[in-house]
Design a protein around this ligand. Structure first.
Ligand code: SF4
Length: 158
C-alpha cells in the first residue's frame, strides 16, 4: 500500500513538472493572442453537484450561471475580458472536437495534473497555444480551482 501511494505521488510530480514546463514555454506566445481568439475549458467535475443547472449538450455542459461553483466566476471573467467562450467538458478528447469547430488560436485548460499533461499532448496535434491551471481540490465531483490563478492566466497579455 505504501508503495502505491509513493508511486502515485511521484507520478503526480512528473505531471506537474511537465505542465509547468509547457506553461513556461508557451506563456509568451499565449500572451500575444487576442482574448477573443482564446477559449477556456473546465472539467464538468467542477460543477456543484447539489445545485448545478448546467445544460447538457453533446460532449460538454453549458453553465447557467447559478453561482454554485467557481465556473460561475470564470464565466463572469471571460465575458468581461471578451474571451471566445467557456466549455465545461465531459472529457478531455472533446477539446479537439471543439477546437476543430471554433478554431481558437489559444486555450486555457483547467484540470487535474494527469488531465493537464494529457491535454498538452493532445494540443501538440494542433498549432493551438495552451496554458494550464491545476485543480486545488481534486476528485471525481465537486472539485475546485483557484480563481485568482485562473484570472492571472486569463489576463496574460503582451
Ligand atoms: S455555476 Fe454553472 S457549472 Fe457551476 S453549478 Fe451553477 S450552473 Fe453548474
Amino acid at each position: 500500500m505504501k508503495i502505491c501511494k509513493k508511486n502515485k505521488k511521484s507520478r503526480q510530480e512528473l505531471y506537474k513538472a511537465y505542465v509547468d514546463k509547457q506553461n513556461k514555454n508557451q506563456k509568451s506566445a499565449f500572451a500575444k493572442v487576442p482574448f477573443g481568439n482564446r477559449l477556456v475549458f473546465a472539467p464538468h467535475c467542477m460543477r456543484n453537484s447539489a445545485v448545478c443547472r448546467a445544460q447538457e449538450k453533446d460532449f460538454y455542459f453549458i453553465c447557467k450561471d447559478c453561482g454554485g461553483c467557481t465556473i460561475y466566476k470564470i464565466n463572469r471573467l471571460i465575458k468581461e475580458l471578451g474571451y471566445g467562450g467557456l466549455y465545461v467538458l465531459k472529457g478531455g478528447r472533446a477539446i479537439l472536437k471543439i477546437a476543430a469547430e471554433k478554431k481558437p488560436q489559444a486555450i486555457v485548460g483547467i484540470s487535474c495534473y494527469f488531465e493537464g499533461e494529457q491535454g498538452f499532448k493532445v494540443m501538440k496535434e494542433t498549432d493551438i497555444i495552451a496554458q494550464y491551471v491545476p485543480l486545488i481540490k481534486d476528485g471525481c465531483h465537486d472539485t475546485d480551482a483557484d480563481i485568482s490563478e485562473i484570472e492571472k492566466i486569463l489576463k496574460q497579455k503582451e
